[in-house]
Design a protein around this ligand. Sequence first.
Ligand code: CP
Length: 316
Amino acid sequence: MRTATSALKSKDLLGIEALLPDEIELILDTAEGFKEVSERPVKKVPALRGQLVINLFMEASTRTRVSFEIAEKRLSADTLNFTASGSSVEKGETLIDTAENLVAMHPDMIVIRAKHPGAPKMLADRLPNVSIINAGDGSHEHPTQALLDAFTIRERLGRLAGVNVSIIGDIAHSRVVRSNIHLLTKMKANVTVAAPPTLIPCEIGKMGVRVVNTLDEAVEGADVIMMLRIQLERQGKLSFPSLREYYNTFGLTPERLARASSDAIIMHPGPMNRGVEIASDVADDPKRSVILEQVTNGVAVRMAVLYLLGGAHNVE
Ligand code: CP
């Protein structure tokens, strides 16, 4: 029997949209405390000892899957990795049946990445005794990515409020952009999005962001330039003439970056398509690119999320 006593109001993390600014700040502050654990000779604390976390990945992932698993191990949780490939999903078992069978073995938390928007919420509604953490659902939300992005911005620039963040790329199909817009606008940052018109959904203006149609407009005055890849797997066919033309108009090259402030930092959630949305020289810029810092910070942020949700329960 479990009872909620967390500072986070929900037992689950399904998205940024439902989080309060205070909850976002709590997660980022908690992550700040956990970052140091990964720098110790013995990279482990006993916070989740005895808890079982299942990583249920129904879609490909490198960073998120590995980062959650490392975060769980650093908190001393028991971890189990489940992927659709090689499981009875291949025999037609549904997601909910799969999850209910896993829950019958008493996990405390399930981290889920799903192709379908809303799948984590469906599990959260059906499974009241388990915390569900959304590790990316279709083009809906990717809350821990936005949290680690915010952590990285705050660490580099010292604040979120008033920071000018330009997000450039496939706005239409990106769960990262949706979570980032929710988070950054709640924390009073100024968000600009840029893409070819076919990759900007018409409702985006209602999310409180500035929309521009050229990369030059987006980088001018930006403190943070966040590049997104073209999500070819979520498009039936290219929404623009060719990848070469995309690079020529929306690829972040050293020449285009020269229009930005010399202090502007470069972010990318990964995976990167070098030579499509970003030039290698920019991605690897030792001073301005924080792309691998984002990955490092992902562990601390996911430790914070797991700790705050795992600590939300008292086992009786
Ligand atoms: N940023 C991100 O979600 O990367 P993966 O798809 O590799 O997890």
